[in-house]
Design a protein around this ligand. Structure first.
Ligand code: ADP
Length: 497
């Protein structure tokens, strides 16, 4: 202690005072002592307030130690008072301690040394208490500043402590009012926490009503604690009204956005539908005049073909071939656009039987090209639409025979691979192959990699295949290298008959 310590020594015995002072000087380098030997001096000292600690005897000619103690503590509750006496009884000691005495030292020859120690301990304890009190004040200040409501409640639901934010959140001026209005059901908190395993804690978003009747959203965090053997609920209350409002607005926005997207999609679908219907009717209407051209060309060929010169005959044959080609194109387009429009029924389809039907259809082409088609029987059942599947398989198998160098005998292999709930069917040929960068585009309508003379076709076959497979909930693809054949695959859900 660098500051000087000022001590009142209240003792009628001069030599006792001298001995105490001697011991105090040893312990406290800077010491100011005021010796008190009568009531008047004591009263003056109390008024002057010029001491930091008091040492008093019990037995005084003009008063007693208890009186001294009470007077000092009344005026200066934090000033340590040590009783140094040989006349007091145990009862007096107890009474004195109850009245706030800091220490009691028996006046015996070798006990003088204990007086400064008692003062030091008392001063330190009082300092600690003072610090604790300051800390408490700061803590309370902080708790009152935070925007989070803090409370503690008893098992009967009474809230016994809270900070200012708690009261402000609920819109009440006092804790009593909050309890009276039962704005927060803390008894229910106890019940909920009691049923939880440790740590008995819970977080919950809920809506509360302020005393004014307005609503607020809060995040309530509650914990079951035990304070001095009694269970309490400690809780935090956070205002999340703004967040909740923002969430609600976002949800609202999402909902309208979804509705708008749905509306736009419906409009687009309708427009697409119109376009498809238009294309369908155009294709349909084109067929009648086309059939007439085909018919007349055919009649001319039959009736006057022999009398025509070579040039005119070729013209006529070209007219017939071109109109035939146009007819195939229109048929393909009609198939493609019908695929997009019609409702599709799916049912178990036996792949073996479907392939057999396709091969029967393709028999003339197989014969013409002397193709070898190898099927890895038995093939399983898939979930599909029989008509569409046959159309798709026809297109793929026809291509597998068609896109083969004219000097090579077409060899086609068909097999399946089971993957989980899917069946993958492979169609492999020994044809001309397809460059990697073209493998995606060939599935689009009109995409052709060759001239009409080299390999005739309309460029719609694979587009029909892809659309058909997709409409049946499957997938289609190809693996190929130019000059090394192609492997087309399609995948459909497996089924049982
Ligand atoms: P098309 O056969 O009428 O030309 P597709 O839609 O069936 O029309 O095929 C599109 C293009 O994809 C073909 O023109 C061809 O270039 C290529 N192609 C299709 N199948 C094969 C195959 N098995 N091998 C090589 N190329 C193929």
């Amino acid at each position: 202690m660098t500051q000087s310590l000022r001590v009142l020594i209240i003792d009628d015995n001069k030599s006792d005072r001298a001995l105490i002072i001697r011991e105090l000087r040893r312990e406290f380098k800077q010491l100011q002592v005021k010796e008190i030997i009568d009531a008047q001096e004591f009263a003056q000292a109390i008024i002057n307030d010029a001491f930091d600690a008091v040492v008093t005897d019990y037995q005084l000619g003009w008063s007693n130690g208890l009186e001294m103690l009470r007077t000092v503590k009344t005026h200066y509750p934090l000033c340590p008072v040590i009783m140094f006496t040989n006349t007091g009884t145990e009862e007096i000691a107890v009474e004195a301690l109850q009245s706030g005495l800091d220490d009691y030292v028996l006046k015996e020859p070798n006990h003088y040394i204990r007086v400064p120690a008692a003062i030091r301990i008392a001063l330190e304890r009082i300092e600690t208490q003072r610090q604790a009190a300051l800390l408490e004040i700061r803590l309370r200040g902080l708790l009152n500043q935070v925007k989070v409501g803090i409370f503690r409640s008893k098992p009967d639901g009474t809230i016994v402590e809270s900070n200012r934010a708690f009261l402000e959140l609920l819109g009440v001026e006092s804790l009593d009012r909050a309890n009276e209005m039962n704005l927060l059901d803390t008894r229910e908190c106890f019940v909920r926490l009691a049923n939880l395993p440790p740590p008995q804690q819970q977080e919950q978003e809920l809506q509360l009503q302020r005393s004014s009747g307005t609503q607020l959203w809060v995040l309530l965090t509650i914990t079951l604690n035990t304070v001095e053997g009694v269970p309490v609920v400690d809780g935090l209350l956070e205002d999340i009204t703004e967040r909740k409002q923002a969430e609600a607005e976002l949800q609202q926005l999402n909902a309208t956005l979804e509705a708008r997207v749905r509306e736009r999609t419906a409009q687009l679908e309708a427009a697409k539908q119109d376009l498809e219907e238009f294309a369908y009717s155009i294709s349909h209407d084109l067929r009648a005049p086309l059939r007439a051209i085909q018919g007349y060309a055919q009649s001319l060929l039959e009736d006057v073909g022999e009398s025509l010169d070579a040039n005119h005959l070729t013209f006529l044959q070209r007219i017939a071939a071109n109109s035939q080609q146009l007819d195939t194109l229109i048929t393909d387009l009609l198939t493609y656009s019908r695929l997009r429009q019609t409702e599709i029924n799916l049912q178990p389809v036996n792949l073996s039987r479907a392939i057999t039907d396709v091969l029967t259809q393709l028999e003339p082409e197989i014969q013409r090209r002397q193709a070898r088609v190898q099927i890895a029987e038995p093939l399983p059942i898939v979930q599909a639409n029989r008509m569409i599947l046959i159309q798709v398989l026809t297109n793929l198998l026809f291509n597998a025979i068609k896109f083969v160098d004219p000097n090579v005998q077409p060899q086609v292999r068909v097999w399946v691979q089971q993957r989980e709930q899917q069946t993958r069917l492979w169609i492999e040929d020994n044809g001309i192959g397809i460059a990697l960068d073209k493998q995606q585009q060939i599935f689009r309508p009109f995409a052709r990699l060759h001239g009409e003379e080299e390999y005739p076709g309309t460029g719609i076959g694979l587009a029909i295949a892809r659309k058909g497979i997709e409409r049946m909930g499957g997938q289609i693809g190809v693996e190929s290298q130019p000059g090394r054949g192609s492997r087309f695959w399609l995948e459909l859900p497996s089924a049982t008959e």
